[in-house]
Design a protein around this ligand. Sequence first.
Ligand code: SF4
Length: 436
Amino acid sequence: SKIITDVVCPFCGTLCDDLEVTVSDDGKKLIDVSNACAIGAMKFLHSQAEDRLTKPRMRNEDGSWRDVSYEEAADFTANMLANSKKPLMYGWSSTNCEAQSVGSTIGELIGAQMDNTATVCHGTTLIAVQDVGVPSCTLGEVKNRADMIIYWGGNPAHAHPRHMSRYSMYPRGFFTAKGHRGRTLVVVDPRDTDSASLADIHLKVEQGRDYELLSALRVAFRGEVLPDFVAGIPKEKIYEVAEKMKVARFGVIFFGMGVTQTLSKNHNIDIAIQVTRDLNEYTKFCIMPMRGHYNVTGSGEVWGWQFGFPFCVDLSRGFARYNPGESSSNDLLVRGELDSAFIIGSDPGAHFPFGSVKKMNEIPCVCVDPHITPTTVVADLHVPVAFVGVEVGGCAYRMDSVPIETKKVVDAPEGMITDEEFLKMVLERLQKIKGV
Ligand code: SF4
């Protein structure tokens, strides 16, 4: 066997790039994964599952499946998209930028509704950043400089298990030689999470009242008067945390879906960004979203270059329009406006509300995914592909918007193709149908 070093993990947006993967000499079998957290390691090991699907399968009239070739699968997909008036192309976060780019070309050709998983995650962050900008940094700067770490509305111990040990709280960096002994950790969460149990200060904010607590911090920075309690937190505690933030040498707020998808949504992020701006009057402070899926950041970047908008892109008029709430996948599904769905690199069947999934079940649906998922249950065609980041490399963006070239470590089972190759087959067919 041989060991491949500096492998990038394809599971979460932390994109840890120090993994070591042991593979057989012929590169066909993955034997072991070191340095990854449990969820990252499982992503690699799942590619070795003996019951893994290796051929596309089409739904029969009676609901059962039959195997088909990739050519038949590409024919079906191209015809479905060409015959749709309003097709949805959704997902894109667990695939590489190369596949996202081919997908964008298809979307333009057929006038699709393009949306990615940010729509149920950090889409509100993208809206806030467009409204007010963002004072951010890289994870390298956090590791080397930050002495105050704040996690707001997230539980990295479970969702991004190595985030704290690799980049924020625990590593020793250039100006942070004492590691965690030189850092203060604040966790803001209504719940007693494993991350909160590690914190120096846990602000147990009342559910859905983050906006008020953020406003109170702005008041406290100016030394003005607060009521006795704000969002369930005593004012003394708020003054204490505000003072600690002001005297920090370099601070960072990492925020998660506890603020992006609760009451006030993008306005929570607006004001968190204002808090960060206020702090830069006194010291250096940054803010960063805890992007969840592997390359969801890349999806927004690719569409940013190609369409000018990072999610909820409506191409139906031949140019890009953007209006979350109107052009977001869930709203389109619930209103019954779509007549086909192409899903890749994500699992809306598991994450969308039941009403949306039901609508997806009523229209022709193709799902490109190496796994059997709740989405494949409602699909008419399931196309298993090579695991991105395991069986094919390519570019992916880390949560701090740093692009990283990922590695292929093992061969896909014989005959299997990649997301990008399948999308290219579909594009070729669509170009023929459209005569371009
Ligand atoms: Fe992979 Fe995220 Fe775990 Fe790092 S923290 S090993 S990127 S799942």
